[in-house]
Design a protein around this ligand. Structure first.
Ligand SMILES: [Zn+2]
Length: 375
């Protein structure tokens, strides 16, 4: 991500901080600096750095447990509103998702409990209620201690609100998918998340708490996005590439000339043409290649001279979500589908997007049918 810099690696995971995190440091400096002068400002900054370490611990807890379940975690990104663990492969089984989601907030609670055991008396003297009005208290080691204890309790409780993309939303989805399946679980959890977001948003607006309103907005957007991604993932996972490639595609022979492709372009919607000899794929000619040849070549050249030869190969049995991921990573728009050694046809990212729409539509019809029967 742009505007972020790496602060280290833990267990192969790149830990990065977004530049806007500086805003939080500034906020700490102002909050404590106004009542207590320059020393207070420095205290505020140090406090925010400690808070930040607690957020890192929270994200690491998610990531390390996910790794233990065989997931790949690419990076942890720290934003002013909290951390995000970017996983290439998220946990699939509900009980794994449940544990991965819970360990983040639990790590904050464990830290808070540990702090309480060490210095329960100090905390008792200040009173947790006071924590909320802390900037008024004079900076000291015990003030920092109590403030951080309160902050960890807050981090845990806030993240357990059952609304995507907060951990509580994932916990809810994992619990639901144990009984109603992953797709419905996501829809119900996302719906609940959006309801809570609206409630928080209204609370924020009416109490004049703009930060709360802003957080509610992010939760609302996150819930919708999570649902769209989950649907795409489950639908594409249930399909193999062999179900999505174009079986009736027009093909070219290496001896065909560009003028023949132009006929194809004018009479079909196909954007890519396989150049085949017998059952062997020699290369791919795209609409863009043909248009370029038209613009630059004077003669009617053979397709073999303008085709792309190194085409990405995929096995027909592989799930679509996996292939889509690989194509996006390698920045390939088209891949050649093979069953064992036999070439079957081409599949493009557009074909995959189309398959997603078709299957999504069928699933909704199916669910409506079931709902009607049940009702
Ligand atoms: Zn978390």
């Amino acid at each position: 991500m742009k505007w972020s810099f790496s602060i280290g690696r833990v267990s192969g995971i790149d830990v990065r901080v977004h530049a806007s995190f500086g805003l939080i440091l500034a906020l700490g400096a102002v909050q404590w600096g106004v009542p207590h002068g320059p020393g207070g400002a420095l205290f505020g900054i140090l406090l925010m750095v400690c808070l930040f370490a607690c957020v890192v611990m929270h994200e690491l807890a998610h990531s390390l447990v996910a790794q233990a379940f065989g997931c790949t975690v690419r990076e942890i990104l720290l934003l002013p509103i909290g951390g995000v663990s970017k996983m290439e492969k998220a946990p699939e089984k509900p009980h794994q998702e449940l544990i991965v989601a819970l360990v983040g907030p639990l790590s904050n609670l464990a830290l808070a409990a540990g702090m309480f055991l060490v210095a329960g008396k100090t905390v008792g003297a200040v009173g947790l209620e006071q924590v909320l009005k802390m900037p008024a208290t004079a900076p000291s080691a015990s003030t920092a201690f109590v403030w951080l204890l309160g902050a960890n309790v807050f981090l845990a409780l806030f993240n357990l609100i059952p609304a995507f993309p907060l951990d509580g939303g994932r916990v809810l989805r994992a619990l639901l998918s144990m009984s109603v399946g992953s797709r419905r679980a996501t829809r119900i959890a996302a719906g609940i998340g959006q309801l809570i977001a609206v409630a928080l948003g209204l609370m924020g607006v009416f109490s004049g708490n703009l930060i709360l309103a802003l957080i509610a907005f992010f939760i609302f957007m996150g819930a919708g996005q999570e649902q769209a991604e989950e649907v795409a993932k489950t639908v594409l996972h249930s399909l193999a590439v062999g179900d999505a490639y174009n079986k009736y595609a027009l093909t070219l022979a290496p001896g065909d000339q560009v003028s023949r492709v132009i006929d194809f372009l004018l009479t079909s919607y196909e954007p890519d043409f396989a150049v085949v000899q017998g059952n062997r794929l020699l290369g791919v000619v795209t609409r863009a290649d043909v248009l370029k040849a038209l613009a630059t070549e004077i003669e009617d050249v053979y397709v073999a001279t303008i085709m792309k030869r190194d085409v990405m190969k995929v096995d027909a049995a592989r799930p679509l979500d996996e292939v889509r991921q690989e194509m996006m990573e390698k920045e390939e728009r088209v891949a050649a589908v093979y069953r064992d050694e036999a070439y079957l046809g081409l599949v493009s990212l557009e074909d995959i997007a189309e398959a997603l729409l078709v299957v999504g539509f069928r699933n909704r019809q199916e669910e409506r049918r079931k709902a009607v029967m049940a009702g």
